[in-house]
Write a protein that binds this ligand. Structure first.
Ligand code: C2E
Ligand code: CA
Ligand code: CA
Length: 815
């Protein structure tokens, strides 16, 4: 936080702290005669309400909590229509009074740093002076440059000694640095000092290195020191000016104008000064009348309105504003601490925008305001030449980030102006499991996460790099700040660290974010933005495939893999169309008597060139491409008609079939199953469907639906690959499966180590839950003997029978 900002915030905080005693006195006063006048009770409640909100924003967590308790106690008392409310509210009130007393006198710095954000990367329109620090050991050259830049409105602070860099930055708080490379007798001293400062402080100030020479070494040093630009002396002044202009994002236009309306003056001054600090022109009003009278002069581009205000509430104010033709198009944004859905809907309808919950975190306020005003102004100034679609793609309303279309233009620019010493890279960032987060916690929470991630990332990227939102949970970063791939890798590591540090609390606990990252470097052979974006896509795709989130760098071999997958996908579709997929059947036996009791149908691909292929070759891709339901259907029709034949001779047999996650989400097979069961007159009890724990866990809502349907049909369930997932026992009980299939890895483990603990536990577990236990992958007699000792019911394995095609199985003595 820069120190002038710090001072302002300090002032606000201490003013608030001083007011705490006033609040305390007011509460005590109202309390004195609370039973004589209803208004006193209402006043206590409204002070509590206010302290609840402002306490949180100013970092007085306990105070806010106690105020909240008092407010709720009042609510209860009002609800119960108590004539004597003192009994209910006196406890919470006392507690609050104590804390008000305590907090009004304790000074702590931490509150400040913890609660107020840093705005350095926030775009701003600056009306004040723009301080720039110039460090060069040539006083004459410097005097001249200072003179020129001063003419253009910059305020230059000159320092001759590079070793004074840190002190000078602290003293002048510049918005940019211009630093000479070589100092008398010390080559690269400029770069070295800046580099150490960057490592220590890391504030994303643009750094312009200047030098009398130009060489690869110098440029590399400048890049490694985090330099934004490298300019050769004599300086090309127009170029420097235009670079400064774009680096500092100085808009030639006026600051954005925002109006705040809130009856809570504590919040009003906090939000107001935050926005002023970020470069906005702010008009504040504590009630509707003031707001209306100020509208004429202030011409706000956005009005933020608190909903609950005495006299005329926020919605009413909004409607009055809308009645004035000249104000009818000003965007409105409502905020409130109340979670009354009807009211929120009314606000959303009136404003045609989202509704903001108070207390709003300060960084979110900045983001929300910025996205509205920049888009609004852009639209107004370009409305004649733009289509609506164009304005919609230019900026993402949720995060205020530029979007894909802008990224394409920027990449094209970067490719055209490629500097051999700088590497352009596109970094694609994709949140792991965002889909489940959204499903589990709702879309509002999902939006929160996206905003938070956008904000945190924007805080730690280099000046000059740009962050974009591509779509959904995908963010893109375009970097032009480094000269080596190693430096970029290092940079990405720091971003990943920052993301992993984000913890978001919801009503259901705390969520830590993890991301998949794909990186693509620009090179001579890449000629279009599309190509570079495709490469980043391919890389992130690979990362997503790995079990743990990772950073993947694009290389040509990934394209080969992609190509192979593409052709495989095609071949699979052809194979499905021409019936190349057949069921193989593996017999299942009782452990004790070795009697065959059933078969498991396992898919095989009769590949025209490659022979018989197992499921490992095609199921993952089928699941990914949504083809698995076709396979399931094929397996059902084939195996049920075959099974009908076998069953007529051996009515005690059962048929087991495997389901996959997609089959659970979209149980298209249910109708087919039902009609097959009836047309072959099969006893549905004889059909077992195998599902895995992890697959169930992924989507409980769909699972429940499916389970109900299957129960209606009368088919049974088996839990497949048991022990490899993470299910809890209560979960397993709810599923109510008839069979438990112990994964073959447990048998292998026992065979290889002699350690039987897991295997034993698993079998016992099945028994306690009254399930039939089947062991998979039995290859040796010793294994079978041991299973018998452990009381396992059934087994399948190469020891007795491999999976076989129907005719092959018919040649055995079993069917
Ligand atoms: P799974 O359900 O665990 O099936 C058992 C797998 O173990 C089969 O592999 C089987 O051939 C193999 N196996 C059986 N006994 C032994 C043994 O003694 N030793 C060893 N090493 N392996 C044994 P397969 O046929 O390659 O199937 C692999 C997986 O593919 C299956 O595992 C199942 O998850 C999936 N799958 C097979 N067919 C279908 C299907 O039609 N639909 C779906 N969704 N998945 C299927
Ligand atoms: Ca299975
Ligand atoms: Ca299995």
């Amino acid at each position: 936080m820069n120190s002038s900002h710090h001072k302002k915030m300090q002032k606000l905080l201490s003013a608030y702290r001083n007011r705490l005693l006033t609040y305390k006195a007011e509460l005590e006063w109202e309390w004195l005669a609370v039973n004589e006048d209803d208004r006193r009770f209402e006043n206590i409640m409204s002070i509590a309400h206010r302290l609840n909100g402002s306490g949180k924003v100013y970092g007085f967590a306990e105070l806010s909590q106690l105020a909240n308790e008092l407010e709720q106690a009042c609510e209860t008392a009002r609800h119960l229509l108590l004539t004597d409310s003192t009994s209910i509210i006196s406890g919470p009130l006392r507690a609050l009074l104590n804390v008000l007393e305590r907090d009004s006198s304790t000074e702590d710095e931490e509150r400040l740093t913890n609660n107020f954000p840093i705005y350095t990367t926030c775009e701003r329109d600056i009306a004040e002076t723009i301080d720039i620090l110039l460090i060069d050991d040539d006083p004459d050259f410097s005097a001249n440059l200072t003179e020129v830049l001063t003419q253009y409105g910059y305020c230059i602070h000159y320092q001759e000694d590079i070793h004074q860099l840190n002190q000078a930055i602290a003293q002048y708080e510049p918005l940019a640095l211009i630093v000479d490379m070589d100092f008398s007798g010390q080559r690269f001293a400029g770069a070295n000092q800046v580099r150490t400062w960057h490592q220590k402080d890391g504030a994303p100030l643009p750094v312009f290195f200047i030098s009398g020479h130009d060489s690869f070494d110098l440029r590399l040093a400048s890049v490694r020191a985090g330099g934004t630009h490298f300019l050769r002396k004599p300086i090309d002044i127009p170029k420097l000016l235009s670079l400064l202009h774009s680096e500092l994002r100085l808009a030639p236009s006026d600051p954005y104008r925002v109006m705040l309306v809130d009856d809570d003056s504590d919040l009003l001054s906090l939000y107001g000064s935050l926005l002023v600090e970020a470069g906005y022109k702010v008009t504040s009003a504590t009630n509707a009348q003031d707001a209306l009278s100020l509208l004429d002069h202030s011409h706000p581009e956005l009005i933020l309105i608190d909903v609950y205000m005495p006299g005329c509430n926020g919605i009413e104010l909004g409607k009055i504003i809308r009645q004035h033709e000249e104000f009818a198009t000003i965007p409105l944004l409502f905020m409130s601490a109340e979670a009354d859905t009807d009211m929120q809907l009314a606000c959303a309808r009136l404003a045609n925008d989202e509704f903001i919950n108070k207390p709003i975190e300060l960084w979110r306020l900045l983001m929300v305001v910025k996205s509205r005003v920049t888009k609004g102004r852009y639209f107004r100034t370009h409305s004649s030449s733009l289509t609506v679609a164009e304005t919609q793609v230019s900026q993402d309303p949720l995060t205020a980030l530029p979007m894909l279309s802008k990224l394409r233009l920027d990449i094209d620019d970067a490719l055209k102006n490629q500097n051999p010493d700088i590497i352009t890279a596109v970094i694609k960032i994709d949140i792991r499991d965002f889909h489940s987060i959204n499903n589990l916690h709702g879309h509002y929470f999902g939006d929160d996460i996206l905003q938070r991630l956008a904000w945190e990332l924007a805080q730690c990227i280099n000046t000059g790099d740009t962050l974009y939102r591509q779509s959904g949970d995908e963010f893109m970063l375009l970097t032009n700040s480094y000269g080596s791939q190693a430096a970029i890798a290092h940079y990405i590591k720091s971003l990943v660290k920052a993301i992993e540090d984000i913890h978001i609390t919801s009503s259901q606990g705390t969520i830590a974010l993890s991301v998949d990252i794909g990186v693509a470097f620009a090179s001579q052979s890449i000629s279009s933005a599309g190509e570079l974006l495709d490469n980043a896509d391919t890389a992130v795709f690979k990362s997503k495939k790995s079990i743990l989130p990772s950073v993947c760098y694009f290389d040509q071999s990934m394209k080969e893999v992609q190509k192979k997958r593409f052709f495989l996908g095609h071949a699979i579709k052809e194979g499905l169309a021409s019936n190349q997929f057949l069921a193989a059947y593996q017999p299942i036996f009782t452990v004790n008597e070795g009697k065959m009791v059933g078969v498991e149908a396992l898919a095989r691909w009769m590949h025209p060139d490659r022979g018989i292929l197992g499921p490992g070759e095609f199921i993952p891709l089928m699941e990914e491409q949504g083809l698995i339901s076709l396979l399931t259907e094929r397996m059902l029709t084939q195996s049920l008609s075959q099974f009908a034949v076998w069953q007529s001779k051996h009515p005690e047999l059962f048929l087991s079939l495997n389901l996959s996650a997609r089959d659970i989400q979209k149980p298209l097979f249910l109708n087919i199953l039902a009609s097959l069961l009836s047309s072959y007159h099969l006893d549905s009890e004889r059909i077992v469907l195998e599902i895995t724990e992890s697959l169930l866990l992924s989507d409980w809502q769909h699972t429940r639906y499916l389970l109900r349907k299957l129960k209606d049909l009368g088919v049974r369930l088996a839990l497949d690959d048991f022990g490899t997932g993470y299910s809890s026992l209560s979960y397993l009980q709810r599923i109510d499966a008839a069979k438990l299939k112990i994964d073959q890895s447990f048998i292998r483990h026992w065979t290889h180590t002699g350690d039987a603990r897991l295997l034993k536990t698993m079998i016992q577990l099945g028994k306690t839950m009254n399930m039939m236990v089947i062991a998979e992958g039995v290859e040796h007699n010793t294994e079978l003997d041991f299973l018998s000792q452990l009381g396992c019911d059934e087994y399948q394995g190469f020891l007795t029978a491999k999976p076989m095609l129907a005719d092959e199985l018919e040649r055995t003595q079993w069917v």
